[in-house]
Design a protein around this ligand. Structure first.
Ligand SMILES: *[C@@H]1O[C@H](CO)[C@@H](O)[C@H](O)[C@H]1NC(C)=O
Ligand SMILES: *[C@@H]1O[C@H](CO)[C@@H](O)[C@H](O)[C@H]1NC(C)=O
Ligand SMILES: *[C@@H]1O[C@H](CO)[C@@H](O)[C@H](O)[C@H]1NC(C)=O
Ligand SMILES: *[C@@H]1O[C@H](CO)[C@@H](O)[C@H](O)[C@H]1NC(C)=O
Ligand SMILES: *[C@@H]1O[C@H](CO)[C@@H](O)[C@H](O)[C@H]1NC(C)=O
Length: 358
């Protein structure tokens, strides 16, 4: 698996991820990935409401293993929801591939830390994840561990990915099925250069084992830095390395096997305090007569009304980021989260832009 493709994705409002794909050696470009995470708690937005013309892969968000056995205990209502998710999306016209994502920003990461630190718990977790994927008809699985906190945890992550890939290959052979897709959501940069504890991802293991990664190119600034405004998912930032262009280049430079480089893509930030969904930003702007400004320097949009300032991505900045991703040879893009778009405005614009540039 020689080449890494980086894909960055766009979230409708707040979050952006980059995807790096480790695919076969220098072959014709693989088909683009147009992915989005589906928040399983979004009851008003069932799988049947997903416009599959705009996507190739939809992630179920999220599942977590038990904190003692490291196996997945799927209760009945979740089981119904998982079956409904895969069946609905596989029967849509056009169909899309389905993956389930393990973890998420709100997950208890101590479970990952403990699980990944012992061979037996890694095996229990890996085997259970494959069972869940097959039982409910998924095409793949995704690890969203936010985030390993130190070099030891990064090392354990590398071991986990090696063993997981091996188990996936063995299971595929034994059952005569295509291997499950295997991806991960990762920090926007290959290393944590602003954190108290410096650490970097096990790039070799990531490149060997994953089909692609989703780099989260957002959350650079937000309500937590309460002294200045800042673009939440800037493509460029001349004053700091908190930008998508820097993060994607770091993935490329640190990867000795990378032939194709991708760059980022879109922004949007996940939601804690101060985070709004795209549809809510539109409502705010209309109701408050906000001034909307597109910032060419950072490739982002902001609006303000009175003392309120909102940084976000819209159709314009998302389109430019997707063009950037394509110019860098990235494999695609993805959004967090599917249901935060405003009547598919960004999703449609970005899908169209990708086709035009292809
Ligand atoms: C596992 O989770 C349960 C429920 O949240 C908690 O009560 C228990 O202390 C946890 N056990 C361990 C070993 O973390
Ligand atoms: C869950 O489903 C199983 C099998 O379908 C059934 O035997 C069990 O009673 C159900 N449990 C609950 C709590 O409904
Ligand atoms: C999925 O759930 C929806 C809503 O509950 C239902 O209308 C639909 O028939 C289900 N689809 C499948 C394939 O089970
Ligand atoms: C601003 O952030 C600082 C540092 O995180 C915190 O101590 C302070 O309470 C915050 N101020 C407000 C008004 O939120
Ligand atoms: C960004 O990172 C590069 C190298 O990784 C470093 O040389 C440069 O000083 C950094 N820039 C800022 C503004 O921190």
């Amino acid at each position: 698996m020689a080449s890494l493709h980086y894909v960055c994705s766009l979230l409708s409002i707040l979050v952006c991820l980059i995807t790096i794909a480790a695919t076969g050696p220098i072959t014709a470009s693989p088909p683009p990935v147009k992915a989005a995470y589906w928040p399983s708690w979004a009851e008003s937005f069932p799988p049947s409401a997903i416009n599959t013309n705009l996507f190739t892969h939809i992630y179920y968000a999220f599942l977590m293993p038990n904190n003692v056995t490291y196996k997945f205990n799927i209760d009945n209502s979740t089981a119904i929801q998982l079956s409904n998710f895969t069946t609905t999306l596989h029967h849509k016209n056009p169909p899309v591939k389905t993956l389930f994502s393990i973890g998420g920003a709100g997950a208890d990461t101590s479970i990952f830390v403990d699980m990944a630190s012992h061979p037996r718990s890694r095996q229990a977790f890996i085997h259970s994840s494959i069972q869940v994927a097959r039982k409910f008809g998924f095409d793949g699985l995704d690890l969203d561990w936010e985030f390993p906190q130190n070099p030891k945890e990064m090392h354990d992550l590398g071991l986990l990915l090696d063993e997981w890939r091996l188990a996936l290959e063995r299971e595929a052979k034994a059952t005569c099925q295509p291997p499950l897709l295997f991806t991960a959501a990762v920090y926007f940069s290959v290393d944590f250069f602003v954190a108290d504890v410096y650490r970097k991802y096990p790039v070799g293991s990531i490149n060997r084992n994953l089909d692609w990664i989703n780099a989260m190119c957002f959350d650079y600034h937000g309500g937590w830095d309460n002294t200045t405004t800042g673009a939440h998912a800037a493509l460029y930032d001349p004053k700091s390395n908190l930008s998508t262009s820097y993060g994607l280049k770091s993935w490329k430079l640190k990867d000795p096997n990378s032939h194709e480089i991708g760059s980022p893509a879109v922004d949007v930030g996940p939601g804690d305090k101060g985070l709004m969904q795209f549809v809510q930003v539109g409502e705010f702007n209309r109701m408050n007569g906000a001034t909307v400004v597109y910032d060419v320097g950072s490739v982002s949009t902001y609006s303000f009304a009175g003392a309120t300032w909102i940084g976000y991505d819209d159709e314009i900045s998302a389109t430019i980021k997707v063009g950037f991703a394509q110019a860098l040879g990235l494999r695609g893009y993805f959004f967090w989260a599917l249901s935060y778009d405003d009547e598919w405005k960004i999703s449609t614009q970005v899908a169209r832009a990708w086709i035009l540039n292809d």
